[in-house]
Design a binder for this molecule. Structure first.
Ligand code: ZN
Length: 172
């Protein structure tokens, strides 16, 4: 995926800008930001600590922080999230951002084939059967750790753990 830098084109093209984009796109950091969504926290708050650890004072200038927020928005939207609200106060010990945007899960995101939740469970799509929830469909999930497959309710996909190797509830 490529960053559409627009007004940040000047710094996005620098070695720092390129490193930041690769860093934020890294799967581990995307998972951190997805977890922030589940907790109702701004996405940037979830990566502030690792940004400071990896980049030091290079990420402190206001314009760099604004570009990070702009990058995060593109990454979140590419992963099926939508902007929920902006200028949410950020609380943490190592303060990098004072305000940041919060995101919410986009419509139908977790039930799409190809979706991988934060526990590394891959959704292969609807099985064509009903789940056990009221009017929910059953979906076939695959654990990317042990490669076993099982069925789950659509409403549980986002947080499902593998019944075989993560102690999750048995499949349907
Ligand atoms: Zn497993």
């Amino acid at each position: 995926m490529e960053y559409q830098a627009w007004k940040f084109a000047d710094i996005a093209g620098t070695p720092l800008g390129k490193r930041l984009w690769a860093f934020l796109c890294d799967r581990e950091n995307v998972i951190r930001m997805e977890t922030a969504v589940d907790l109702g926290k701004p996405a940037a708050e979830a990566v502030a600590r690792v940004l400071v650890e990896s980049f030091g004072d290079d990420v402190r200038p206001d314009r760099v922080k604004q570009m990070i927020g702009h990058m995060i928005r593109q990454i979140m939207e590419a992963n099926g999230f939508q902007l929920d609200s902006q200028n949410i106060p950020v609380r943490q010990d190592r303060r990098l951002f004072t305000k940041a945007s919060r995101y919410r899960t986009g419509e139908g995101r977790t039930t799409r084939a190809g979706y991988i939740n934060r526990n590394n469970q891959l959704n292969h799509g609807a099985t064509g059967e009903s789940g056990t929830d009221h009017n929910a469909l059953a979906y076939e999930l695959e654990c990317l750790k042990c490669r076993k497959r099982y069925k789950a309710n659509g409403t549980d996909v986002f947080q499902r753990k593998c019944p075989f190797c993560q102690g999750g509830a048995p499949g349907l």
